[in-house]
Design a protein around this ligand. Sequence first.
Ligand code: 5GP
Length: 189
Amino acid sequence: MQGKLIIFSAPSGAGKTTIVKHLLKKFPQLSFSISATTREARGAEKNNEDYYFISKEDFLHKVAHQEFVEFEEVYNGTFYGTLRSEIERMWNEGRHVIFDIDVEGGLRLKRKYENDALAIFVQPPSLDVLKERLAGRGTDSEEKLQERYIKAEKELKYADKFDIILKNYDLEIACKEAEKLVGDFLASR
Ligand code: 5GP
């Protein structure tokens, strides 16, 4: 069976991971698409839960074997990708799939799956707030932070290409709005 896809995209630091985790608790029929990445695990992140942390060699091997539905070099030298096997496994279990993915990857999935996909852009109050949140995490070096800021600035311009822009000015309100959007989408068709 083909299930649905719920795509959350935004620059890192916009709060999409927190919103996605909230939705996973609220909707038992949803499963998180665990992406593969070549970056190192951060803080409390767990392999096979937050990401499949794999080597660049392994990643490129999977690219060559067309194992990704989309992948990207999100940051210089650091790859992220959605595995076809991940989506199919969940659909075969009768579940819908939720994604926490960068803006270009999100739009690529939307183009591929069209009406089976709901693409939501999480909008932070401003670039300055985003910068504060990223710096406050304290998990990235100054150089990595700069790279994230530059990417964030670019990504904010893609908002209106998404089905919906979800403002995250207050996390509790944003989580409630996300619940409504996802509930309606899952109930449709
Ligand atoms: P982070 O390093 O902060 O976990 O993720 C960096 C960015 O890569 C975030 O915007 C995150 O959503 C995105 N990302 C995570 N997994 C994937 C994926 O499978 N494909 C793409 N295109 N981006 C991803």
